[in-house]
Design a protein around this ligand. Structure first.
Ligand code: NAP
Length: 311
């Protein structure tokens, strides 16, 4: 069948696009890769989405968004899209369960956590190294954890980790955080939190689980090795040093900046007719749930207009 809109990605951008497209009576299918919800689903508490109640988790908000889109008729399908042929009039995307066709596509794949790239990191993922506090914090109940990074994600997740870990040490490569002042103030007041300023992690070591880590003070060049407390045997290393757009699928068809973010105009239009991009995957200055949702709404309404004028 020929859909009106294919939406790739079921984070806030994709789900908002699905909601608006479905309410415009378009025949819309949304693809989610794993559990859906995108980065929102692995975010602890959401405090800055207008109208969201205090203490609503990212996962709960994502579920509500999905239910709302479905309520108005959007179809949400679990399938990983591995090919996209979207330059022609009929857009074709291929997933594990077949080829899907549509008049328009909204690209809303978002981004994924960027690794540090230090020795030991890749080998110890899931064995003490993590990119998701919501997913893994529980494994570190009453243990020590290090959080690498100084942006909003690092500080938000560090706050979340204080609910589980005995001590949370934030390791930042500069002497001031990049994160919003509000979260900095909250974090620095927390008695469980310590900060290692001007410090990077050089190596993570362990046989089966994280057992030690080598840190370097970038100003003095001094190296220190932290070894897990004997009773604990291990500790956590949570990495939040930014993320990269998941845009490889569209390379060669859709215009991108050198970092791989998709270039759109203010109406979310890409260089291809009938192809729109929304959320964290596009070039923009503020990556938030609210801006992703707004992008999705705009993209859906523009897709509707495109279909109307290209019948
Ligand atoms: P980000 O803002 O790019 O911050 C990345 C942090 O990691 C920076 O502090 C950076 O240091 C540090 N870093 C980068 N590479 C490093 C390396 N190799 N070694 C050590 N440290 C390194 O990324 P993010 O925190 O993932 O946030 C991404 C976007 O989502 C941002 O626009 C953010 O505002 C938004 N976001 C918002 C919220 C919220 O509002 N609650 C929550 C999550 C994310 P420098 O500061 O020195 O560059």
């Amino acid at each position: 069948m020929l859909y009106d809109v294919i939406i790739i990605g079921a984070g806030p951008a994709g789900l908002a696009a699905g909601l608006y497209a479905a309410r415009a009576k378009l025949n819309v299918i949304i693809f989610e890769k794993s559990g859906g919800g995108g980065q929102l689903a692995t975010t602890g508490d959401i405090e800055n989405y207008p109208g969201a109640q205090e203490d609503i988790s990212g996962a709960a908000l994502a579920d509500r968004m999905a239910d709302q889109a479905k309520h108005f008729g959007a179809k949400i399908v679990k399938d990983t899209i591995t090919q996209a042929d979207i330059s022609g009039k009929v857009k074709k995307v291929t997933g594990g369960s077949g080829v899907y066709e549509a008049k328009t596509v909204i690209i809303a794949n978002g981004g994924k956590a960027r690794p540090i790239g230090c020795p030991g990191e890749a080998e110890l993922v899931g064995k003490g190294v993590s990119y998701c506090a919501t997913c893994d914090a529980d494994f570190f109940n009453d243990l020590e954890v290090f959080v690498i990074g100084g942006g909003d994600s690092a500080l938000d997740e560090a706050m979340f980790l204080t609910k589980f870990a005995r001590k949370v040490t934030v390791v930042h490569r500069r002497d001031e955080f990049r994160a919003a002042k509000s979260i900095q103030d909250k974090l620095l007041k927390n008695p469980k939190v310590e900060v290692m300023w001007d410090t990077v992690i050089e190596e993570i070591k362990g046989d089966g689980v994280v057992e030690s880590a080598v840190f370097k003070n970038v100003k003095s060049g001094e190296l220190t090795e932290y070894t897990a407390n004997e009773d604990d045997g291990t500790f956590g290393v949570f990495v939040f040093v930014g993320f990269d757009p998941v845009s490889g699928l569209y390379k060669g068809q859709v215009d991108m900046d050198p970092a791989g973010y998709i270039i759109t105009d203010e109406n979310m239009k890409t260089n291809l007719d009938g192809v729109f991009a929304a959320g964290d995957i596009r070039v923009k200055t503020l990556r938030q749930v609210v801006t992703a949702a707004a992008d999705g709404a705009i993209a859906a309404i523009q897709a509707e207009k495109y279909i109307e004028h290209n019948q």
